[in-house]
Design a protein around this ligand. Structure first.
Ligand code: ZN
Length: 412
């Protein structure tokens, strides 16, 4: 295991003098699920601290774990979430119409996962190219008929694609910008790869939702950056791209979908300007906006720990749902483990039979909830609450209750 690299300069603008927002201490990698035989071994941990750049307003963590360690055997398959698949189809259909895409077009996606998005273009007869660094995930995409390169997207790959006469009429990057160590290289790559008049569609969790709803559990080593539109706008402009439209979308606890293109090639909607003005009004370009965050996270920790302790004292059995990265941050930082929770249920068969990092909870299929009928289930994947509560109707009708930690602590 290679150590994390400490980052002293801003990942976007290169300025020094970042300021601390929240220090989560040393934690194991949030997706480093363990096999049973690994439970007795010392587990590697890395520093995890959220900082703010006063020069360009980018919020980021100040350590980088080598990407090869994070992504080569990534257990997350997008198609496992019904919500993600439905949203992907809707976005593809919309862009096919609005960009009048056809057999002569090309749609490229960075971090294309198992082809959950590109397959909707392919089904409409539009050529696609996926770029996915995780070997096991890229193999699944290829089996699904999605041409996929096993690689990290960046300036260098974009130049070689252009040299092979690939230009993107639409370029997607969903939930990847936050993971990229070379942020400027990635955005330069978008500017390089876009065909004349081409459009980039970039989605990432919105920092404002993270701060306002205390979504601190979305902070983990894979997520290097946490974006406001202010920070993204500065980053894109540096590479000749402008934000031509923006939407707030209710995914992953609140995200932004930003449409970008080369300066001068697109009509700009009024929405980016309006959102930038809102962020300025809120003060998101100053450290003051972020000052109370650590305190609010501490308060949530106290409340949740007290709540679970009360339930435990009353003799209730408690399990968790969702062996997710955010669950790992929450359990490790809040110090909630086997003394409180019996197991974690998760739909992903890749995760079942393994153990959660740091807390070593066994991961089991969701059917175990009905079989064992624990009294309470701590919902760690609260971003899919609606979907999971609906799926667990039988468990709930039998008396099982869910504890939702975020956006506010509630029992349903
Ligand atoms: Zn900066």
């Amino acid at each position: 295991m290679s150590p994390a690299t400490r980052i002293d300069r801003c990942r976007s603008c290169g300025a020094s003098g970042t300021e601390s927002i929240l220090d989560l201490g040393r934690t194991p990698l949030a997706n480093a699920l363990l096999h049973e035989h690994e439970l007795d071994r010392p587990e590697p941990t890395h520093p995890l601290e959220l900082v703010f750049c006063p020069a360009c307003a980018l919020v980021q963590i100040n350590a980088t774990v080598p990407p090869d360690e994070l992504f080569r055997d990534y257990p997350y398959f997008s198609s496992y979430s019904d919500t993600a698949v439905a949203r992907a189809r809707e976005l593809a259909q919309r862009l096919i119409r609005s960009r009048t895409l056809g057999a002569g077009s090309l749609v490229v996606e960075a971090a294309s996962n198992d082809g959950y998005l590109l397959r909707h273009y392919r089904e409409a007869g539009i050529p696609v190219l996926g770029i996915e660094p995780a070997i096991n995930v890229a193999e699944v995409a290829v089996q699904n008929g999605i041409p996929t390169r096993t690689d990290f997207f960046g300036a260098e790959l974009a130049r070689s694609l252009v040299a092979e006469a690939h230009r993107a009429d639409v370029f997607h990057a969903n939930n990847v910008l936050a993971h990229v160590p070379d942020l400027n290289g990635f955005v330069e790559g978008i500017a390089t790869l876009l065909a004349p008049g081409g459009l980039g569609s970039i989605e990432f969790p919105y920092l404002r939702d993270l701060i306002d709803h205390v979504e601190f559990d979305t902070i983990y080593h894979e997520h290097l950056c946490y974006f406001s539109l202010t920070a993204v706008d500065a980053l894109f402009r540096r590479h000749g791209l402008v934000v031509v439209d923006v939407e707030r979308i209710p995914i992953h606890g609140g995200s932004l979908r930003v449409f970008c293109g080369r300066a001068g090639e697109h009509a700009q909607s009024g929405r980016p300007g309006a959102l930038l003005a809102e962020e300025a009004e809120l003060g998101m370009q100053h450290i003051g906006y972020y000052r109370s965050f650590a305190e609010r996270v501490g308060k949530l920790r106290d409340e949740l720990r007290e709540q679970l302790a009360r339930l435990k004292q009353a003799g209730h059995r408690i399990a968790a749902y969702g062996a997710s990265a955010k669950g790992s941050t929450l359990l490790n930082y809040f110090g909630i483990g086997r003394e409180t929770l019996d197991f974690v249920a998760d739909k992903s068969r890749v995760k079942q039979g393994l153990y959660t990092p740091g807390t070593h909870l066994p991961i089991v299929p969701p059917e175990r909830l009905l079989e064992e009928q624990p009294d309470y289930v701590l919902l760690l994947t609260w971003n899919f609450a609606e979907e999971i509560l609906a799926e667990q109707q039988a468990f709930r009708e039998a008396g099982g209750r869910f504890v939702l930690p975020i956006p506010r602590l509630e029992v349903v």
